[in-house]
Design a protein around this ligand. Structure first.
Ligand code: DAH
Length: 361
């Protein structure tokens, strides 16, 4: 028979089991460890069952006391195990979810606020120029970016070895020469003058915008691929006065009424007489500054009366018809309108630059 002291020591044993359970359950970090802990405390031959066996030697009153203590200890351990199980399962689920997660928020961005693109600044300018000339009764034409040497040079009165070819260093295409010579990326939009006149429909009032290519090293004012717009008028009785009036009208329509245009004598092989057209400096409005070298004027493009040799090349009688032509860089025009210091930003595709000009027109 066990005495009261034995009950006391059994109850202390129960307290020790509870204490060590409390310490160990806190240290458990996986479900496997928990199963192992549960087996050690609650399983067959575990702590509870071995201490419970001692009940047999107690007197009946002590049996009740000890039985209740064993019951509460078992409950305490079972509660601890199931609470810990819930926590560990939740932890493992969230770990797994984290590993398997697919980030859908990137799609949400598009659902919430669709990011609208916009036309490139140069395209906007091209369209604005087209509108201005369509308003003056012109047609808009397009032509090939890969040209023949004949259309790009010979027919425009620029024979081989003519010094004017030096200024338009070309990208030639590796292709056998055809009837019209080698192929090259057009160095200007002027070959479209030739193509329009060759088509035989007169009169002509047309503008031709498009890409042009030159073997230029990129710098603040040059890129190897830029844009020009060409104008061509062929009709009876066309004079230099019409040319001058047209350039002035377009300048005011594009830049505003405070900007003037003027013509200065120049040389181009395909026009005679030829001129450069200049506009009031957009930076200093004619006062004189560094951009315009203190002249108050900035050169924009070339123009002149269609050369009789060009008319002959395309079979138009220069005694009956006269005409004028002009051409200028769209990129340069945009650069001046918005005072953009370096032209290379047009090709960088940096949305921080481009998005400033969303629908500026
Ligand atoms: N094609 C010339 C160039 O790229 C510009 C030009 C000058 C065009 C005179 C013309 C013109 O139509 O008449 O430098």
């Amino acid at each position: 028979m066990l005495n009261n002291e034995d009950l006391g020591s059994l109850l202390r044993r129960c307290d020790e089991i509870e204490e060590s359970f409390c310490v160990e359950i806190d240290a458990v970090s996986t479900l496997e460890e928990l199963v192992e802990l549960e087996r050690r405390f609650l399983g067959k031959g575990g702590e509870i069952s071995s201490v419970s066996r001692q009940i047999a030697g107690l007197e009946s009153d002590d049996k009740r006391t000890f039985g209740q203590r064993i019951g509460s200890l078992r409950q305490r351990i079972e509660d601890g195990v199931s609470q810990s199980k819930i926590e560990l399962e939740a932890e493992e689920t969230s770990k797994r979810e984290e590993q398997e997660a697919v980030d859908l928020t990137q799609y949400l961005v598009f659902i919430d606020t669709p990011k609208l693109g916009s036309l490139h600044l140069v395209t906007q300018a091209k369209q604005e120029l087209e509108d201005i000339f369509v308003g003056m009764g012109y047609q808009v034409a397009e032509g090939p970016e890969v040209e023949t040497e004949w259309h790009n040079f010979e027919a425009l009165n620029i024979p081989k070895f003519h010094p004017a070819r030096d200024g338009q260093d070309s990208f030639f295409i590796d292709h056998p020469d055809g009837d019209y010579g080698s192929l090259l990326l057009r160095t200007h939009t002027s070959p479209m003058q030739v193509r329009l006149m060759q088509s035989g429909e007169l009169p002509i009032y047309a503008v031709i915008p498009g890409k042009v290519f030159r073997r230029d090293t990129p710098d603040a004012r040059h890129t190897p691929n830029f844009h020009q717009i060409e104008g061509l008028v062929v009709d009876k009785g066309i004079t230099m006065g019409h040319l001058s009036g047209t350039v002035g009208a377009f300048t005011k329509a594009y830049f505003g009424s405070n900007i003037e245009a003027r013509l200065r004598p120049a040389y181009f092989p395909f026009t005679e007489p030829s001129a450069e057209f200049e506009i009031t400096c957009t930076v200093c409005l004619g006062e004189g500054c560094r951009t315009c070298s203190s002249t108050g004027w900035i050169e924009l493009g070339g123009c002149g009366m269609v050369h009789p040799n060009v008319f002959s090349a395309v079979g138009i009688d220069p005694e009956t018809y006269t005409g004028f032509a002009f051409g200028f860089g769209i990129d340069r025009l945009v650069q001046m309108k918005y005072a953009i210091s370096d032209m290379r930003v047009f090709l960088d595709n940096d949305v921080r630059f481009l998005s400033q000009f969303k629908g500026v027109q």
